[in-house]
Design a binder for this molecule. Structure first.
Ligand code: ADP
Ligand code: MG
Length: 366
């Protein structure tokens, strides 16, 4: 069991990196606490597998340190790190039985055979592999093979952490949900640090207490699913989390007003002065589709918008709106009246985020 600390970590696959774009991991400081159930969430190519491989020791980082508790493990080979890793595709021995595959990591560290039998039985039970224990792995379906692969990752109870790299990609959707529940159960039972990599926000938020959102080689936010939804720290988080993602409007001060392109926005004096304080040409206001007020009739400080389309999703609708030359999405609940052609919008201040150079900044109190 260990706390995993990443200090000024960076990695480039290029021997002569010229700039930040040559780094798969860009200057990262991060702590994974002992016993946490974490997700590492980000789009394909953002560096998730690279990061896991650095933690497990399959890859040596170009810069910085990996620490387990208080010791630096950069020089330790994977075997010595006491970490289990489950990959996207099954890693099993085809000629061995399911039992021997599951027993392998235990026998490897000279576990007594009675303990091996006990742990294999436990893990097989959790993953519903008991009827298959005597089968040769080569005769299994793709799903079954991946379950065995996961079982190999779960069978040791003395590991510092278990790293899962998109382990459910090859599993069918029904089983996926079930296996995710199982992993959570195992986490609760054994209190092992787990880092679960995925590009799927739903998968991340059903598994993890805290999610690290990764973008272009950096963790741009580490928070609970709720924090990521309510206060995205970076425009990427706003855009990536939520369905549809957050609306962003590029804004500037023009005379007495906050404008976005040709549109004058109705915002509070506090928002206006915060926009005015930003020392950058890259300033955005963000608001989630759920939090835009949509009125069918003119309201005070309402901004008139055109409705481009309305998509009925059962208990709510997603409206696509045009405010001047800005396209926005808004969510309207089924008990609300859906306007037909025109709508009057308000952006309540408590739901507006101000983003300067893509990072969120506080609206200060007046
Ligand atoms: P993810 O797992 O989030 O999809 P990866 O960690 O696999 O991302 O990749 C991060 C970046 O590093 C990508 O740009 C990818 O092309 C590059 N990369 C990954 N593995 C290698 C490698 N072995 N050699 C060179 N570049 C690599
Ligand atoms: Mg990957």
């Amino acid at each position: 069991m260990a706390q995993i600390t990443l200090k000024s970590l960076a990695h480039s696959y290029s021997p002569n990196p010229a700039g930040p774009e040559d780094y798969a991991i860009r200057e990262m400081n991060h702590v994974w606490h002992q016993g946490g159930a974490y997700a590492l969430l980000g789009p394909s190519g953002c560096g998730k597998s690279t990061l896991l491989n650095i933690i497990s020791g399959l890859l040596q980082p170009s810069d910085g340190q990996v620490e387990f508790d208080d010791s630096v493990v950069n020089e330790l080979p994977p075997e010595a790190r006491n970490i289990a890793q489950v990959f996207q595709f099954p890693v099993i021995y085809d000629t061995m039985t399911v039992f021997d595959n599951l027993a392998f990591p235990l026998r490897n560290i000279n576990t007594p055979e009675d303990k091996v039998r006990q742990r294999v039985a436990e893990v097989a039970d959790i993953l519903e592999l008991t009827p298959l224990l005597k089968r040769k792995a080569r005769n299994l379906t793709a799903d079954e093979k991946q379950k065995v692969s996961m079982g190999r990752g779960l069978v040791r109870d003395d590991v510092s952490a278990i790293l899962f790299d998109e382990p459910l990609t090859v599993i069918d959707p029904q089983l996926k949900w079930k296996l995710r529940r199982k992993l959570k159960e195992i986490h609760e039972r054994f209190n092992i640090t787990m880092i679960y990599v995925t590009h799927d926000q739903l998968e991340a938020s059903t598994f993890a207490e805290k999610i690290a959102v990764m973008y272009e080689g950096q963790v741009v936010q580490f928070g609970t699913p709720r924090e990521l939804f309510e206060t995205p720290n970076h425009t990427f988080v706003g855009y990536f989390i939520g369905s549809p993602g957050m609306n962003f409007l590029e804004v500037a001060i023009e005379g007495e007003h906050v404008v976005s392109g040709a549109v004058t926005l109705q915002v509070t004096p506090r928002v206006k002065s915060a926009v005015g304080r930003a020392r950058s040409a890259n300033v955005k206001l963000g608001i989630r589709p759920e939090f835009i007020e949509v009125h069918a009739e003119p309201v005070e400080d309402g901004m008139e918008a055109r409705i481009l389309s309305s998509q009925d999703l059962g208990t709510y609708s997603i409206l696509q709106l045009r405010l001047g030359d800005i396209t926005l999405k808004a969510r309207v609940e089924e008990d609300q009246r859906i306007p037909r052609d025109k709508a009057y919008l308000r952006f309540p201040e408590q739901f507006l985020g101000l983003y300067v150079d893509e990072y969120r900044v506080e609206l200060e109190h007046e």
